[in-house]
Design a protein around this ligand. Sequence first.
Ligand code: FAD
Ligand code: MLT
Ligand code: ZN
Length: 574
Amino acid sequence: MMEKCRATRRLFSHSFKSLFNHRSVSDHSTLRSASVFTHHFSDNGQRCIPLFQLQKSDLLARASFSRDYKQTFWPPLGRGLGGMMCALQFRSFGSAGTKIQRNPSFATLNSDDVTYFKGVLGEKNVVQDEDRLEFVNADWMHKYKGSSRLLLLPTTTDQVSQILKYCNSRHLAVVPQGGNTGLVGGSVPVFDEVIISMSSMNNIVDFDKVSGMLVCEAGCILENLISFLDNQGFIMPLDLGAKGSCQIGGNVSTNAGGLRLIRHGSLHGNVLGLEAVLANGNVLDMLGTLRKDNTGYDLKHLFIGSEGSLGIVTKVSILTPPKLSSVNIAFIACKDYLSCQRLLLEAKRKLGEILSAFEFWDSEAMDLVLNHLEGVRNPLPPSVHNFYVLIETTSSDESYDKEKLEAFLLRSMESGLISDGVLAQDINQASSFWRIREGIPEALMRAGPIYKYDLSLPVENMYNLVEEMRVRLAQKAKVVGYGHLGDGNLHLNISAPQYDDMILAQVEPYVYEWTSKHRGSISAEHGLGLMKANEIFYSKSHETVQVMASIKKLLDPNGILNPYKVLPHSLSTH
Ligand code: FAD
Ligand code: MLT
Ligand code: ZN
């Protein structure tokens, strides 16, 4: 009993520290510039409430805020990370990158080709400038680098069709590129493939306020769609840290998951139609906007997640949910992984339909963010917490939402699942909590070379892999675990002082074997790209991969679309 009283006193004193700490977080100017939010939420100077200080009266007084609080923290490519790019060494990474040979059946670009493309696209949309090419030849992590000598910027579907028809007839290989934020080396050439960027196809075609159906071109930047919809009182069913640069066509082509999949499901459910151009230039108009359409094979699904290997997505129709008025965010510390797991189960049971995000990260990830990102502070007191969880709820009924969340948090505190925590009181605080979670990939990049794995695993033993990797690597590298716990998606990252074949040998194929043994997937949401094309058999049977190769052969007989990616090289080279 005495022990319990002492513990409670300690928790209350933490709470006061939390309060103090958090004030400095919300005061930080870099996190306050959310001018886009000001008309939705006025900063009334309220402080965030530590969970352990939550009493009924506090809970009732706490304001809810609209869900449109997020900022783009991830700097669009070409700006924020430009300096970093110069400082880092490029290096072909992993076993896949080093072994492949250029497919000799592909032609080499000549001046007649360039003249043809200029005729179709106009001079300015055919780029040969070396600086611009250097940029589009390299991926976000600076691991993969091609040597393309041509970047094409089509502005219409018809132009995409003409380009592909020509490339197919000439056997010129191409790589479709969206925002180039992909993490598996899929968006950049391996050799001299022509880069077809979708950036100039960025128009919103139609938005139906009754159905919430958005039809847009593939090159629309996700964040621009989010802002557009926000003004209409809707939201995108997809959100991710790269939103400031990634494009909806890239999202669809990777079947991106992101931060709200737990609530809205995958793009296979939300994309109702698309338009794609095949390798031979044929345009497949599947741009339906119907919820229900059972007329034969639903071919659009082939293009969702096929990473530009079957066609170029030019337009998308996507079902968008209405924006709800009440959003709450709790930033929580847990003592161990088991508590995170049990908290997830409880959240699913007790929060049910209002749960809109459940993200987790470990103390290694937290340290990286605090050490490498400017202006980021831990809203909790500086005690040792092994795990952090961000829970977001979204609903249309403020009091209902609050009541449910408060009851859940109080119960979880009492049962010891939560060690400490704070609730965001306004948009700035909410943004600063999200900044910590969304900043992890950027912090890892700043820390140095990364071996990045994106795994689907049963939640109950997911974190064992992180711990096993720590033992395997001893002190040679930092092992970091975070991800979309609510979706059973672990991001295992190994942050090393330099790319090192000895480290790689400790990591691969161990990680893939471990994942396969636990009936997981070696790609939860990032795709296979170049990095994991040869590893597909860890997650798919030979028969399945054979059917995939047949589909590829049918739609792209010359194999010009994003060669060396997705399918194993033994099956995809002609
Ligand atoms: P690119 O990187 O340009 O391309 C990705 C692949 O799609 C390539 O194979 C490319 O050839 C193909 N492609 C692109 N556009 C088209 C098109 N129009 N038609 C056909 N093929 C095309 N991913 C997640 O799933 N969840 C996350 O939470 C997440 N967070 C991220 C956070 C950060 C900071 C970063 C850098 C990346 C993150 N990613 C995440 C990975 C990445 O942002 C996604 O894979 C995103 O969907 C890629 O979109 P993009 O427009 O940048 O595509
Ligand atoms: C994330 O969830 O932050 C992204 O998928 C990026 C990453 O895995 O690093
Ligand atoms: Zn992710």
